[in-house]
Design a protein around this ligand. Structure first.
Ligand code: SF4
Length: 328
């Protein structure tokens, strides 16, 4: 690992100033960043340690939602009574990811900043990876790509976003609180992640020194009927081949509103608003759910090895909606 300077930040403004001057990276749980540094994928000259910032609480907001500060561990988020009671889909999503040990270290802010686990990105022995070395090509387009994107990809990159938490946040209307060089601002979760286009080195829309300080959730109508379904090659410690976060607001046996997002299929949580609209006004059941599933996977463009994700995605949407509707 390349030598780096370790600096401790005392406030969000101090942290932003240190990263601006050093060109370094923020460090909190380190569960992804340190792996990338050991592999030589990331070689920051400085790490700005955030662990002494007071960003470690979960609290109810005046609007009736919840504010999760960025330094809260994934375990603490998943097990918090407010999250479990009001946003069970978020709790499910987080608990489906990684291991207990990793969830005890990883933070909510870091979860959003995770980088893809595309093997050609993670291993510097491969020359062609536009995300790691812009302009070098994309090895996944012609080699191993069964885990890669079927939606929203580009010729430059077909990687998928790895976070389970982010898929749940997408259906909950989360807002990411950011502190940047011009002070604090809020970014809606649908504006947070970036599709690869011609610049796959960018995973999100943040500026280099932007610091995530919290994630705010508005009150949810999906607390009663929601589900996070994750399909993967083995039962634990694996990333999603396909995942689905589903929320239904069912009143008098009719779907009043719905929210649906897919993971493991694109470089960002793939919210499918057309499929959601298909569900509104219907009675929950196989007919409506199959119709929504067809809509959700509309426009999918599989690669040479991942055509199975299209059908898997449709079945997963039906299954997630069915389980969401069944919750009492
Ligand atoms: Fe790199 Fe993206 Fe291609 Fe993977 S899919 S090799 S991350 S450019």
């Amino acid at each position: 690992m390349k030598d780096f300077d370790l600096q401790r930040a005392t406030s969000p403004a101090d942290a932003v100033g240190r990263v601006t001057v050093s060109g370094g990276r923020y460090f909190a749980g380190g569960t992804n960043l340190l792996d990338l540094m050991k592999n030589g994928v990331e070689q920051p000259s400085a790490l700005v340690d955030l662990r002494r910032l007071d960003l470690s609480t979960i609290s109810a907001t005046p609007a009736g939602g919840v504010l999760i500060e960025a330094g809260v561990t994934n375990s603490a988020v998943a097990n918090h009574p407010l999250v479990r009671s009001q946003y069970p889909v978020l709790s499910q999503a987080i608990l489906s990811g990684a291991t207990t040990q990793l969830r005890n270290m990883a933070t909510a802010g870091g979860n959003l900043m995770q980088r893809t686990r595309c093997p050609f990105f993670m291993d510097t022995a491969f020359d062609a990876c536009n995300k790691r070395v812009p302009g070098s090509g994309c090895a996944a387009r012609t080699r191993f790509n069964r885990e890669h994107a079927i939606l929203g990809a580009s010729d430059s990159c077909v990687a998928v976003h790895p976070s389970d938490m982010a898929i749940a946040l997408a259906i909950l209307g989360a807002v990411v609180h950011v502190y940047g060089v011009d002070g604090p601002r809020a970014v809606a979760i649908e504006d947070f992640f970036a599709l690869p286009g011609d610049s796959p080195e960018r995973d999100n829309t943040l500026a280099p020194a932007d610091l995530i300080t919290g994630i705010e959730l508005p009150p949810s109508v999906f607390a009663r009927h929601c589900w996070y379904l994750k399909v993967r090659d083995r039962h634990s410690y694996a990333f999603a081949l396909v995942s689905v976060a589903a929320g239904l607001d069912i009143v008098d046996g009719v779907i009043r509103s719905a929210a649906l997002a897919l993971g493991g299929v694109a470089a960002k949580p793939w919210r499918v608003t057309a499929a959601e609209q298909e569900l509104v006004g219907d009675r929950p059941g196989p007919e409506a759910f199959h119709r929504a599933a067809e809509s959700a996977l509309h426009g999918a463009k599989p690669l040479s090895q991942n055509g199975f994700k299209v059908d898997l995605g449709k079945h997963s949407v039906v299954r997630a909606l069915t389980l969401a509707a069944r919750q009492q």
